[in-house]
Design a protein around this ligand. Structure first.
Ligand code: NAD
Length: 420
């Protein structure tokens, strides 16, 4: 039942390994294992984009739907130079478990385009987005598969996708994406939702394991949508944020960083380095900074076999998807460090995406207060279910969360049976 010590060779293999361990714990029948291990549908698209200088460049994009037995597929789209089918497959699978762990009626999907967004002008970004949306329109739709923002994508990109597909349909189809701007049917609170969820989870689990939350020291890796908002909310909740990072490097201030000021600084300078009062450290030093709560909120594979022995946090809350490799997980477990898994910790985003989808269907829009209250209620319920399951089985929170999630998807799969 233990996870093998050999490093997984890819993100997807690492995700399968987590699944297999939970499936063993659950004694999941072989038939269900076969079905749940595999993505249902994968689409790879190669498409041309006319660049500003008149040249044509070819781009590659993906959309993978892992499982749709609990409802339409849901999952973000990322733009990254190293995006590939393996990564998108792994992320789609994680989305299946994430939706199930918080009990929302969706399956899991993910999309990606291999591109360095920083190298595109706004016009090129728009043309690339509209063409990618058209290419994947074969398999997305408000009742089929609903994309959302992820790494290097945002509300503007969702607006272009929604507008492109509305032009194809000949009518408005706001339900085709979530994370849209509020002016075209987005939800109050969606922009902050993932970070809000991460901060609620950090607070609840810190309480549960006996960390004094007020004044707790916090380190956050990644200062994008998830990282910056988590850092700001934890700061506002009374924690002391002592180190932050972005792709350009990391900064530290043991007396505490004013996160709102850091956000303002990044808006003006494009990076954290140089924030007055802070010193520059490396990204590796950041992860190894002694602290109460570490939030990896950048990308996958950051806490590994190599550095897990040197992590000095009491609690790790996975804002990013897949930041801890299975080998690192075992080391952290042995060292008594609590890890709140991605599928629970960052589920706030997809939860408010679900609220956005409901609001769009009803054409009745909630106040920010209602969104935040409902999010908090669902997160707290999900956390306590996972804590209870982990206690009951005497396993780490990741396995508790996987068991809750896989049981739900397995039940739906069994009821539906095999067609024909
Ligand atoms: P983003 O593009 O808004 O921000 C990413 C941040 O990470 C940026 O500050 C970037 O500079 C930094 N970064 C990238 N590589 C880094 C590295 N190697 N070291 C340090 N910093 C690095 O992306 P995001 O939406 O905040 O997503 C971050 C993570 O959270 C991803 O794993 C994503 O899948 C996950 N996630 C996002 C959402 C969402 O709603 N946006 C929801 C759930 C999970």
């Amino acid at each position: 039942m233990a996870i093998s010590e050999a490093p997984a060779t890819s993100f997807y293999q690492a995700s399968l390994r987590q699944f297999d361990t939970a499936a063993n714990l659950l004694r999941l029948p072989e038939e269900l294992r076969l079905i749940l291990r595999m993505p249902k549908r994968e689409l790879t698209v190669n498409f041309p984009v006319r660049m500003d200088d008149g040249r044509v460049e070819m781009f590659t994009g993906y959309r993978v739907q892992h499982n749709m037995n609990c409802g339409p597929a849901k999952g973000g789209i990322r733009y990254a130079p190293d995006a590939d089918i393996d990564e998108v497959r792994a992320l789609a699978m994680l989305m299946t478990w994430k939706c199930a762990v918080v009990g929302i009626p969706y399956g899991g999907a993910k999309g990606g385009v291999r591109v360095d967004r920083r190298l595109l002008s706004k016009g090129e970004l728009e043309r690339l987005t509209r063409r990618y949306a058209t290419e994947i329109s074969l398999i997305i739709g408000p009742d089929l598969d609903i994309p959302a923002p992820d790494v290097n994508t945002d509300a503007q990109i969702m607006a272009w996708i929604m507008d492109t597909l509305s032009m194809h349909y000949g009518r408005n189809v706001p339900g085709i994406v979530t994370g849209k701007p509020i002016a075209i049917g987005g939800s109050q609170g969606r922009f902050e939702a993932t970070g809000r969820g991460v901060s609620i989870v950090a607070r609840e689990v810190a309480k549960h394991i006996g960390i004094k939350f007020e004044g707790a020291t916090v380190v956050v890796q990644g200062f994008g949508n998830v990282g910056a908002i988590t850092a700001r909310l934890l700061h506002d909740m009374g924690c002391r944020v002592i180190a932050l990072s972005d792709i350009y490097g990391a900064i530290a201030n043991p007396n505490g960083i004013d996160v709102a000021l850091a956000q303002k600084y990044v808006k003006e300078h494009g990076r954290l380095a140089g924030l007055p009062g802070s010193t520059v450290i490396s990204n590796m030093q950041l992860l190894e900074t002694p602290c109460d709560i570490l939030v990896p909120a950048a990308t996958e594979g950051q806490i590994t076999f190599e550095n897990a022995e040197r992590i000095q946090a009491k609690l790790i809350v996975e804002g990013a998807n897949g930041p801890t490799t299975p080998e690192a997980d075992l080391i952290l477990q042995r060292r008594g460090i609590t890890v709140v898994p991605d599928i629970l910790a960052n589920a706030g985003g997809v939860t408010v995406s679900y609220f956005e989808w409901i609001q769009g269907r009803e054409n009745f829009f909630w106040t920010e207060r209602r969104v935040n209250e409902q999010l908090e209620e669902m997160m707290i319920e999900s956390i306590s279910r996972v804590l209870k399951k982990s206690d009951e089985l005497n396993v780490p929170l990741r396995m508790g969360a996987y068991v809750v999630a896989i049981s739900r998807v397995a039940e739906a799969t069994e009821f539906r049976g095999i067609y024909p």
